[in-house]
Design a protein around this ligand. Structure first.
Ligand code: URA
Length: 290
């Protein structure tokens, strides 16, 4: 089992390394003797609980309290039924651009009522991990577990993501920017029934993730799936074609390296594709080592 980070950091793309990657992701046998009907295994349903205060860190890596429960005041434009999508998007851009720190983005999102997803979500899901990390991972939108806990990637996809990160020596709980990651999403409230966010919802949330990237200033951005990739670099190419190829995105006038890779939820449905993610994660490791 690859538990030693220095060993992991020097992995190559040999079959042994691929085997260690599968081990790190919990694969302990190639084929079961008895077929498993995974659809019949319904996960236990936990009673909804209020989310604990999420771990927010400022650039000095110090925890700061979640914002006090300010009553939700709709933006001036949202108080009228004649509010247009353009006005809401413009409110979002203004609020996001005024934020001078990640905690101010969180506060702004907590007060912002322009995204209709907020009405059906239990919690705002903004970020997790270390904002000083060299690597920032961006997913699509929170699911049920994330909605309950108020933190991104804490469900099954998140657990797989943690294993994949650990296999290349990274850890969202790491204090050292060298071996930690910062995690967020393109959407900050759970879409009902985990449906795909609409272009309008995505447009409304975009200024906030864009500002978060500026403030976190990562060296490498990893897009988990097509949604964040399309948001950040445009185009409509599928993730299977785009994954594994370094791209770049301009942040504050600087080109930042961007790696599109497969979303962990897709890997849970298509475990054989983990070998492709392994290559992408090795690329990320290599770039960090250089
Ligand atoms: N999938 C995502 O894209 N983001 C999350 O936070 C959880 C699952």
């Amino acid at each position: 089992m690859a538990s030693d980070k220095t060993e992991i950091a020097t992995l190559d793309s040999s079959p042994e390394a691929l085997l260690r990657w599968y081990q790190a992701m919990g694969v302990d046998e190639a084929i079961g003797d008895v077929p498993v009907d995974r659809f019949s295994l319904s996960p236990p349903v936990a009673a909804p609980q209020p989310a604990p205060a999420p771990r927010h860190l400022n650039r000095e890596n110090q925890a700061f309290p979640a914002p006090s429960a300010t009553p939700r005041t709709p933006p001036a434009s949202a108080q009228t039924s004649l509010v247009t999508q353009d006005e809401i998007a413009s409110d979002a851009r203004k609020l996001a651009s005024e934020a001078q720190s990640l905690e101010e983005i969180y506060d702004a999102l907590a007060k912002f009522d322009g995204c209709p997803l907020k009405k059906t979500a239990k919690n705002l899901v903004f970020s997790d991990g270390n904002p000083k990390a060299r690597v920032m991972m961006i997913g699509e939108a929170p699911g049920a577990d994330e909605d309950r806990q108020g933190k991104p990637f804490v469900g099954r996809s998140g657990q797989l993501l943690d294993l994949m990160l650990r296999a290349i020596g990274l850890d969202r709980a790491g204090e050292d920017p060298e071996n930690s990651v910062f995690i967020s999403n393109t959407i900050f409230w759970r879409p009902p029934g985990n449906r795909k966010p609409t272009p309008a919802e995505s447009e409304i949330c975009f200024p906030f993730i864009s500002r978060a990237i500026e403030l976190a200033a990562p060296e490498i951005i990893v897009c988990l799936g097509a949604t964040p990739m399309h948001r950040l670099i445009g185009g409509s190419e599928g993730i299977l074609r785009s994954r594994g190829k370094w791209r770049s995105v301009e942040v504050n006038g600087t080109q930042v390296a961007l790696m599109p890779t497969l979303h962990p939820a897709y890997l849970l449905r298509q475990p054989a594709q983990k070998r492709l993610s392994w290559r992408d994660f090795l690329e990320i490791r290599k770039r960090l080592d250089n």
